[in-house]
Each structure stands twice: as structure tokens, then as C-alpha cells.
Write a new protein. Structure first.
Length: 90
């Protein structure tokens, strides 16, 4: 497979999974998620990448659920910034 095909499959997978999880309305910035995973993998250890993306998503979800008027995209960006800052300190 070529890179374009991989990107299409990744985008399709993310959209299908989001739909199955009841999150179709939440935009997915795949490049930002992959960027976070890459930075963490290099700064910490490779297995820290999926753990970090999970924790960022979970923390953003908790914030949206507990703060009236909170915007999912803003909460995700804020949690990603926290993770990137922490990784940069290592």
C-alpha cells in the first residue's frame, strides 16, 4: 500500500470508530493525534504514545462532561498541549 491509501484507510477507520462510539459529531484531527504520539514516543518510550493519547482523550471527555458549555475541541487541544509540554521537559 502507498501512503495515500494508508491515510485514506486511517481516516475511514477513525470515522467508522467514532460513529460506533457515538462520537460522529466530534471532529478528529488525525495529524495532531499522530503528532502527539510521535513526540511522546521519542521523548519517553514508544509504548507511551498510545497510553498518552488515551489519557488525553479521557481527560478531555471528563472535562467536557463536568463543565457546562465546554467545547470538546478546545478541551482536547488543551489536554494535548499539556501532554506536549510535559514531553518537551523530558
Amino acid at each position: 500500500m502507498d501512503r495515500e491509501e494508508d491515510e485514506r484507510r486511517l481516516r475511514d477507520w477513525a470515522e467508522r470508530l467514532a460513529a460506533e462510539l457515538g462520537m460522529s459529531e466530534v471532529p478528529i484531527d488525525i495529524d495532531a493525534v499522530l503528532g502527539l504520539a510521535g513526540r511522546v514516543a521519542h521523548a519517553v518510550v514508544r509504548p507511551a504514545a498510545p497510553v498518552s493519547t488515551f489519557l488525553v482523550g479521557y481527560a478531555a471527555g471528563l472535562a467536557v462532561g463536568s463543565q457546562a458549555g465546554s467545547v470538546p475541541e478546545d478541551e482536547i487541544r488543551a489536554r494535548m498541549a499539556t501532554a506536549l509540554l510535559l514531553a518537551a521537559r523530558l
